[in-house]
Design a protein around this ligand. Structure first.
Ligand SMILES: C[S@@+](CC[C@H](N)C(=O)[O-])C[C@H]1O[C@@H](n2cnc3c(N)ncnc32)[C@H](O)[C@@H]1O
Length: 522
C-alpha cells in the first residue's frame, strides 16, 4: 500500500527491519485512569520504588515517585490540583470524587496549550490531529457534548469568554477538540502491557490503522532513560517494512472477529476498515473457528445467524450442532461482558461466571483462538493470577498454568511472531512454570502419552525455561531489539538465568546420585 491513502499518513522511504524502533518520543499529555492514580506516578507513569509513592497533600488524589517528579508536573498540576478539589467538593459520592481520565486529559491539553502558547509548535501539532467534527454520528455528538460540559465544569469555566485563553472561540471548538481527542488518543500501558491510562502523541497519531499491523506502540521503560523523559512511547516494527509501504498500527483489539472490529472502528474512529484481514474471505479466521465435528484435525468457520451451513475445510464434515454453537457464542459474549464489568468490583463472582462458561465454550467445539473463548481465557488467567498473590496452592498454580497455556496457544494462531501481546503471554506462562511448587506431584512412571499438564519437578522447570527463551525471542521484537525487549525483556532474562542455575543444580544432583550409585559397594 502506498503512503498516500489517508491524508496525513506517516510516510516511509527506507526498509525497516522487524524489531526496529521507528519513533521513541514522550507524549504531549499523559493521564492515569482513576483506579491507577495511587499505584503509579502521575509524572513519569512508573510503578513505585521501594520507598513508595508520595501523595499530593492538597488534592490528595495524585501521587508521585518523589519531589523531582512532583516538580516536573507542577506547572500543569497546579491547575489540575484546584480543579480536582473543586470537583470533589461537589461530587455525590467518593467513587466519583475524581473525574474520568478523558476529562482530566482534555483539561491537561487545554492548560498545556495555554502554557506553551497558542502559536507554539506544541499547540500546532495538537491542532493538526485529525478531527471528525463535520461527520460525527448523532450518538457520538451527544457524548462529545456531555464531555464538553464536564470539562468546562471541571476547569471552573463559567462563561464562553473564559474559553478564549485556551484557544477556543466557541463551545463548538471544544467539541472539535473532543473529536480530535477521541480519534487520536492512545492507551497508556505499563512495560508489560497493562492499560493504566490515556495519552496524546500527535506524531505517532499519524499512523493509520490495519487489523494486520506492521508496527506496535509500547512503553518498554528501557534501562538508562532518565525518569524525566518517561513515559517514553515507542513505535516498533513487528514486520519488515519495505520502501513505500505504509506504517500501520492497530487501533483496536485485533483478536476480535471482523464484525466486532468493524463496529469498534466505526464507533470510535468513523471509518470502515478494508485491510487485508477484513477483506479476505477465503481462509477460516481463527478468531471465529471451531474444531471439525468428526475430529479429523481440521477446522470450520463458526456458524452465524445468516450463514448456518458450515463444514470442515479438511474432511468436509458438516456441523450439525449449529443451534448449540450459536447459543454458546451468544451466552459466551453476555457472560464475558458481565464478568469484565465485575472484575474489579467482585472478582469472586467474575471468576465463577468465567469458570462455568469456559467448559461450555470448549464443549461447543470452539478453538482456543475463537472469540469469546480467547477473551474469556485471558480474563480467567488474570483472575487466577490475582488469587495466587493471596493463596499459593498447587491446585491454583496448576489451574493458572493451564489457563495461561490455553491463552498462549490461542494467541499463537492469531498474532504474528514478535507481537508484544504474544511475547507477554508467553513470558507470563514461563514465569508461572518457574514458580516454586508448593506440593509437586510425582509424575515418575507416567507413560508419555498420558503425562499430565503441567508436569512437576525438573520437567516443569525445563518447560518453563524453554517457554521463557521463546518469550524473550518474541519480546526483543515487539518491545524493540535495540533495547533488548525493555524492562519485560530484562525480567525474563533474569528468570532464565535463575532457571539455568536451578536446572544446572538438578542435572548435577542427578549426576551425583548416578555416580554415587555406581560407586556404592554391591
Ligand atoms: C489517528 S488518525 C490517523 C491519522 C490520520 N489519517 C490523519 O490524517 O491525521 C485516525 C483517523 O485516520 C483515518 N484512518 C486511519 N486508518 C484508516 C484506515 N485504515 N482506513 C480509513 N481511514 C483510516 C480515520 O479517519 C481515523 O479516524
Amino acid at each position: 500500500m502506498s503512503t498516500s491513502c489517508y491524508s496525513n499518513s506517516l510516510p516511509l522511504r527506507i526498509v525497516l527491519a522487524l524489531g526496529s524502533t521507528l519513533i521513541a518520543t514522550k507524549p504531549h499529555v499523559t493521564v492515569l485512569s482513576t483506579p491507577y492514580l495511587d499505584a503509579y506516578c502521575s509524572a513519569c507513569c512508573g510503578p513505585p520504588s521501594q520507598a513508595g509513592l508520595k501523595r499530593c497533600t492538597r488534592c490528595r488524589a495524585v501521587w508521585y515517585c518523589d519531589l523531582r517528579c512532583q516538580n516536573d508536573d507542577w506547572s500543569i498540576h497546579k491547575h489540575e490540583c484546584i480543579a480536582i478539589q473543586r470537583w470533589a467538593s461537589s461530587a455525590p459520592s467518593s467513587d466519583v470524587a475524581v473525574p474520568g481520565d478523558a476529562i482530566r486529559c482534555l483539561a491537561r491539553i487545554l492548560w498545556k496549550r495555554q502554557q506553551e502558547g497558542l502559536g507554539s509548535d506544541w499547540a500546532r501539532e495538537i491542532n493538526a490531529m485529525q478531527s471528525h467534527r463535520s461527520s460525527i454520528p448523532p450518538s457520538a455528538f451527544e457524548s462529545h457534548t456531555h464531555m464538553a460540559h464536564s470539562v468546562v465544569r471541571y476547569m471552573g469555566i463559567t462563561s464562553p469568554a473564559e474559553l478564549s485563553p485556551f484557544g477556543l472561540n466557541s463551545a463548538g471548538d471544544l467539541v472539535d477538540l473532543i473529536s480530535r481527542f477521541t480519534t487520536n488518543t492512545f492507551t497508556l500501558t505499563t512495560y508489560s502491557l497493562t492499560s493504566i491510562g490515556v495519552c496524546i502523541c500527535p506524531s505517532i497519531a499519524l499512523t493509520n490503522h490495519s487489523c494486520e499491523p506492521n508496527a506496535v506502540i509500547v512503553f518498554p521503560r528501557t534501562a538508562g532513560v532518565p525518569q524525566a523523559q518517561e513515559p517514553l512511547m515507542h513505535l516498533v516494527a513487528i514486520k519488515d517494512i519495505g520502501p513505500n509501504e505504509q506504517i500501520v498500527t492497530a487501533y483496536i483489539d485485533v483478536t476480535l472477529p471482523r464484525e466486532l472490529r468493524q463496529k469498534a472502528l466505526k464507533e470510535t474512529y468513523n471509518f470502515a476498515c478494508n485491510c487485508t484481514l477484513c477483506t479476505k474471505r477465503d481462509a477460516v479466521d481463527p478468531r471465529a473457528a471451531m474444531r471439525c465435528p468428526k475430529s479429523c484435525g481440521g477446522i470450520c468457520p463458526v456458524p452465524t445467524e445468516e450463514d448456518t451451513l458450515t463444514q470442515c475445510t479438511k474432511c468436509k464434515a458438516v456441523v450439525t450442532t449449529v443451534d448449540t454453537v450459536l447459543d454458546a457464542l451468544r451466552i459466551g459474549q453476555e457472560a464475558l461482558d458481565k464478568a469484565e464489568s465485575l472484575q474489579a468490583k467482585d472478582s469472586t463472582k467474575a471468576k465463577h461466571i468465567v469458570s462455568n462458561m469456559i467448559p461450555i465454550l470448549i464443549s461447543a467445539n470452539l478453538t482456543p483462538s475463537c472469540h469469546p473463548l480467547l477473551a474469556m481465557t485471558r480474563l480467567h488467567q488474570e483472575l487466577l493470577i490475582a488469587d495466587l498473590s493471596t493463596s499459593l496452592t498447587q491446585q491454583l498454580l496448576d489451574d493458572t498454568i493451564r489457563a495461561a497455556a490455553r491463552y498462549s496457544a490461542g494467541l499463537t494462531s492469531i498474532l504474528p511472531k514478535g507481537h508484544p501481546v504474544r511475547g507477554v503471554a508467553l513470558a507470563e506462562l514461563g514465569k508461572l512454570l518457574a514458580v516454586d511448587e508448593p506440593s509437586p506431584h510425582d509424575d515418575a512412571g507416567t507413560p508419555q502419552g498420558q503425562a499430565r499438564f503441567p508436569p512437576s519437578g525438573p520437567v516443569r522447570l525445563k518447560l518453563g525455561y524453554e517457554t521463557l527463551v521463546k518469550a524473550l525471542d518474541e519480546l526483543v521484537i515487539g518491545f524493540g531489539t535495540d533495547n533488548g525487549g525493555g524492562l519485560i525483556g530484562k525480567e525474563v532474562r533474569d528468570v532464565i538465568v535463575r532457571l539455568e542455575k536451578e536446572l544446572g543444580v538438578w542435572t548435577q544432583g542427578v549426576k551425583n546420585v548416578l555416580e554415587d550409585t555406581k560407586a556404592a559397594p554391591k
